[in-house]
Design a protein around this ligand. Structure first.
Ligand code: SF4
Length: 462
C-alpha cells in the first residue's frame, strides 16, 4: 500500500462450523498498552464469544489464554516475556491449554525468534494486521495441535463487521483509522501497526449510531493520529468532516485520541467549539519544548506551532482542558533544551501529563543516535518535570472545588467500594457519594475536594 492508496476493505464472516468450536470451553485475555490494544482485545473477546467460548472467571482456569501485547517500551516487553515464561508450569500441568501471543510484540521479528526458541508453551503467534484470521488460526491449532506463527507485514487491509464484546455498555472505543505514517524517530508504532489507513466514514457513523441505539452515551474515536483521518481516502480535512458528522448523530459525548499538533486544523477547532457533545478535553502530545529536540524526534512542528495551536484552542474554547505526553532525556538533550520543556509546561499548565524517560527501541532511527545523557540526569529531569506538572494539575483541580460538574458514572470505584466513579465532560476522574446511581447514568456532582489527579464530590439529588 502506497501513501495515497486506499485500504482494501473486506467484510468478516463467521462460518456455522466455526461458531460452535468453543462450546464448553473458556478464555481469558491479558491486555497491555494503549487504547488501540484495549479495543483489539474487545474484538478478540467478541470473536471468541462468537465461536461459543465463554469468559473464564479466573485466568488460570481458562482453556485459551491470550496475551495482547505492547511494544512501545523495552521494559514492558521484558515484563510480558517474564509473564509468558510463568505460564510454563501451567502448560506442564495441563498440556491441553492453548496460549496465544498477539499484538505489537508479535510484529517484531526478534521477538518471534525468541518465542520460537525459548517459549515452547506459546502455541499461536499472530500480529496486528490479521485479527480477523484468529478464529481460523485457533480452529487450525485445535485440530492439528501444531504451533502456528501468522504475522503479516501487509498493511493495506481493513476488515469490517468483526464482532465486538465491549468492556462497558455506556462508553465505547471506535476505531477511525489504523497505523501511523509519522515515523517519529523514537517510535516503533509505524513498524508494528503499519501505514495510516482510514475506515470509511459511513462504517464509523453506523457503529456510533448502533452503539447509541443500544443505550451508549460516550464514544472515543481512536487512531494513532486522528487528525490525519481521511488523507488516504483523499478527503479534504477529513477529521473535521468526520467529527461534525459524529456530533450530528446526537450521541451524548464524543472524545478522540490521539491528536497530533502537525495535522491539527483550525476548522477542527471550530467544529469542537460548535457542538456541545464534543467534550472539552484534549490530549495533545508535545514530547518536548525544544525545537532542536523536536526536530531530532521528527515531530514535524516547532514549539511556537504548539503554542499557537494551544492559544487558538484556548481562545475559541476557554474551558478546554489539556493533557500531554513528554519524553525527557532524548539523546543529547542539554539542560537548556530540557528547560525549554519546563517553560512549555509553565505556559500550558497541563491538567495532567504522561511523562517518560527516553528508552531506545531497536530498529528506530533514535536508537542509533548517541545517547550521552547519564541515567541519573534523566531521572533527575523526570522528577523536576513531574513536580512541575503535579503542581499545575493540583492547582487546576482546586479550581473545581464548590462547582458542579456532569459525570458519566462508570459504577463503583475500583479503589473504594463506598464511592462511585466516573469522568466529567472535561475528563476529570470524579469519585462521588450517591444514594443510588448506575453505570451509564449522567449525573450532577458537586465537587468537595481536589486531589492531584482526581476530584471528590457528592451527587446532587434532583
Ligand atoms: S505520531 Fe509519532 S509517536 Fe505517535 S504513533 Fe506515530 S510515529 Fe509514534
Amino acid at each position: 500500500m502506497t501513501r495515497n492508496q486506499q485500504a482494501e476493505v473486506s467484510e468478516f464472516l463467521m462460518t456455522p462450523e466455526m461458531s460452535v468450536i468453543g462450546k464448553g470451553k473458556t478464555f481469558a485475555i491479558r491486555t497491555y498498552g494503549c487504547q488501540a490494544n484495549v479495543r483489539d482485545s474487545e474484538t478478540l473477546s467478541g470473536l471468541l464469544k462468537s465461536m461459543s467460548f465463554t469468559e473464564a472467571e479466573e485466568e488460570k482456569d481458562a482453556d485459551v489464554i491470550l496475551f495482547n501485547t505492547c511494544a512501545i517500551r523495552k521494559n514492558a516487553e521484558e515484563h510480558v516475556l517474564g509473564e509468558v515464561g510463568n505460564l510454563k508450569p501451567l502448560k506442564k500441568k495441563d498440556p491441553e491449554k492453548i496460549f496465544v501471543l498477539c499484538g505489537c510484540m508479535a510484529q517484531e521479528e526478534g521477538i518471534v525468534d525468541t518465542l520460537l526458541k525459548k517459549y515452547p508453551q506459546v502455541d499461536i503467534i499472530f500480529g496486528t494486521h490479521n485479527l480477523d484470521r484468529f478464529p481460523e488460526l485457533l480452529a487450525d491449532f485445535m485440530h492439528r495441535r501444531q504451533r502456528i506463527v501468522d504475522v503479516e507485514s501487509i498493511e493495506g487491509r481493513i476488515t469490517e463487521g468483526l464482532p465486538v464484546s465491549r468492556t462497558h455498555r455506556h462508553k465505547a472505543y471506535v476505531n477511525i483509522m489504523y497505523g501511523c505514517d509519522k515515523f517519529c524517530t523514537y517510535c516503533i508504532v509505524p513498524y508494528t501497526r503499519g501505514k495510516e489507513r482510514s475506515r470509511k466514514m459511513e462504517h464509523i457513523l453506523e457503529e456510533i449510531r448502533e452503539f447509541k441505539a443500544s443505550g451508549g452515551k460516550e464514544v472515543t474515536l481512536l487512531g494513532q493520529n486522528v487528525n490525519a483521518y481521511g488523507k488516504d481516502l483523499q478527503m479534504q480535512d477529513g477529521f473535521t468532516q468526520l467529527l461534525e458528522q459524529c456530533a450530528l448523530t446526537g450521541i451524548d459525548r464524543i472524545r478522540f485520541y490521539t491528536s497530533h499538533p502537525r495535522d491539527y486544523t483550525s476548522s477542527t477547532i471550530d467544529v469542537m467549539a460548535k457542538y456541545d457533545n464534543i467534550m472539552n478535553s484534549l490530549h495533545l502530545p508535545v514530547q518536548s519544548g525544544s525545537d532542536e529536540i523536536l526536530k531530532k524526534m521528527n515531530r514535524g512542528y516547532t514549539s511556537s506551532r504548539y503554542f499557537d495551536l494551544y492559544d487558538e484552542i484556548k481562545a475559541k474554547i476557554p474551558q478546554m482542558t489539556f493533557t500531554t505526553d513528554i519524553i525527557v532525556g532524548f539523546p543529547q538533550e542539554t539542560e537548556e533544551q530540557f528547560e525549554d520543556t519546563l517553560k512549555l509546561a509553565d505556559y500550558c499548565k497541563f491538567d495532567a501529563a504522561f511523562t517518560f524517560i527516553y528508552s531506545p527501541r531497536e530498529g528506530t532511527p533514535a536508537a542509533a543516535m548517541l545517547d550521552n545523557i547519564p541515567a541519573e540526569v534523566k531521572k533527575e529531569r523526570l522528577e523536576r518535570l513531574n513536580e512541575r506538572i503535579g503542581m499545575y494539575a493540583r492547582q487546576k483541580n482546586e479550581e473545581y472545588v464548590g462547582k458542579t460538574v456532569e459525570v458519566l458514572c462508570d459504577g463503583i470505584s475500583k479503589k473504594n467500594d463506598h464511592v462511585y466513579a466516573g469522568y466529567s465532560a472535561d475528563n476529570k476522574l470524579v469519585n462521588f457519594t450517591a444514594n443510588q446511581v448506575y453505570a451509564g447514568d449522567l449525573v450532577k456532582v458537586k465537587i468537595t475536594e481536589a486531589r492531584s489527579y482526581s476530584l471528590n464530590g457528592e451527587m446532587e439529588e434532583n
